[in-house]
Design a protein around this ligand. Structure first.
Ligand SMILES: [Zn+2]
Length: 419
């Protein structure tokens, strides 16, 4: 069989594996959050708060959608015309057009151009956040964060680009197989490494202060049977007023992180509800599952790019002979951009299901639906979340159930428990 035949077979296998993983590992059964409860919850929220968060979300919307549209247009303009290839050539010229320079400098230049055109929209977003009092870091802090994230992406991108095009040179016929394995390995590696190496670039993490709250949280984790070594506090307040918590990392790098803003704004019972939700992610191994599906997806993407990229019409549009040339990198970026936009609703749906399961876990673990609901109200109030967002926006991009869904889940749980 030809390499192309093997690639088709591999892609089929990876697709089946992804579908099976999604079917088996995503909690498709929806925990109860009756619409009647949702509407009652919405009615219980202060009308003024709901109006203000809707106004805020409307103010953010144009910048968000414009960034997506312009980002897509530029990716297509660079990838489906010879323009992107020329940019790669130009970037490699000071280095004598060496393939490695084209791969790394050219590749980063393409990504940078795509980032720079959406920069005005990111600034627009920041100005809205500032106007509504959510952002606390000012323009200098915002710029520093932006430069840091460019630097981090450039380092990871340079390693990935150099590795990718080295493999192509070493194995011109089978690079897609090594590339797929490499991409999957990179995803797994980043899951371990990001919390330890990259998160500290943006925030300082300190163990939660000793005291009754910490004792209670550690005891709850032990009762839950989840090996969480420590609860860390991030100094998010230097950037935002928003409150949040998350779990990241795998094995020895796994950690539960709460924002210092959360500790400042919420009651201990509410913080406990948030951490119980994060313990749910840890217990159900959501980070591991996300990493596994991410690795499978990355491998499938490399094989799909190899197959799609050998299509004559696409190569002609991009003005290149082969997808294996660094000059074809903009074509790959265009394809990945389109795939990302098309798959966003499916990714959001799976995320919402996983989040709803973590909510159910928190309700069962704390047995305190009142605190859970109070926490949701506070979260929405401070973060200016639309408690019941427009349906189309929810379906396209919501990674979490809406505030009224989460409040309704708490009410349904309270009814069940009271029986
Ligand atoms: Zn969560």
């Amino acid at each position: 069989m030809s390499p192309r035949g093997w690639a088709v077979l591999t892609l089929a296998g990876l697709t089946v594996a992804l579908v099976v993983a999604a079917v088996v590992l995503i909690p498709w059964q929806r925990p109860p959050a009756p619409r009647a409860d949702q509407l009652a919850a919405l009615g219980d929220l202060p009308a003024e708060q709901v109006a203000r968060s809707r106004e805020f979300r409307s103010a953010l919307r144009p910048a968000g959608w414009a960034a997506i549209a312009i980002g897509l247009l530029v990716a297509l303009a660079l990838g489906l015309t010879p323009l992107g290839g020329r940019l790669v050539e130009l970037a490699g010229r000071p280095f004598g057009g060496h393939w490695a320079a084209q791969a790394v400098v050219g590749g980063l230049a393409v990504v940078l151009v795509a980032d720079l055109v959406t920069l005005p929209f990111a600034a627009w977003r920041q100005s809205v956040l500032t106007r509504y009092g959510l952002s606390t870091n000012g323009w200098s802090g915002w710029t520093v964060d932006l430069l840091k994230s460019y630097a981090v992406s450039a380092v990871i991108g340079a390693v990935a680009l150099l590795g990718f095009y080295t493999v192509i040179r070493l194995s011109p016929r089978w690079w897609w197989a090594f590339g797929a394995a490499g991409a999957a390995t990179l995803v797994v590696l980043l899951s371990f490494v990001l919390p330890v190496l990259v998160e500290p670039v943006f925030n300082r993490f300190t163990p939660m202060e000793q005291g009754p709250l910490r004792t209670q949280l550690v005891e709850m984790a032990a009762r839950d049977g989840v090996p969480v070594r420590d609860v860390l506090v991030a100094d998010a307040s230097r950037r935002t007023r928003a409150v949040n918590a998350y779990v990241s990392g795998l094995g020895p790098t796994r950690r539960v992180v709460v924002y210092d803003t959360l500790l400042r704004e919420a009651t201990p019972a509410e913080v406990t509800a948030v951490v119980a939700h994060e313990l749910g992610h840890a217990k159900d191994r959501d980070v591991a599952v996300g990493t596994l599906t991410g690795a499978l997806g990355a491998a499938a993407a490399v094989v799909a790019l190899y197959l799609l990229g050998s299509s004559g019409p696409l190569l002609r549009l991009a003005g290149v002979d082969s997808v294996a040339q660094p000059r074809a990198f903009p074509l790959l970026v265009a394809l990945v951009t389109v795939a990302g936009l098309v798959s966003a609703p499916a990714q959001a749906l799976m995320s919402r299901r996983v989040e709803a399961r973590a909510d159910a876990h928190a309700l069962a673990l704390t047995g305190d639906p009142a605190a859970f609901e109070a926490m949701q109200r506070r979260l929405a109030g401070i973060n200016l979340a639309d408690p019941d967002p427009p349906r189309w926006e929810y379906l396209y991009s919501a990674t979490h159930p809406s505030t009224v869904e989460r409040m309704a889940a708490a009410r349904a749980h309270a009814r069940e428990a009271g029986r």
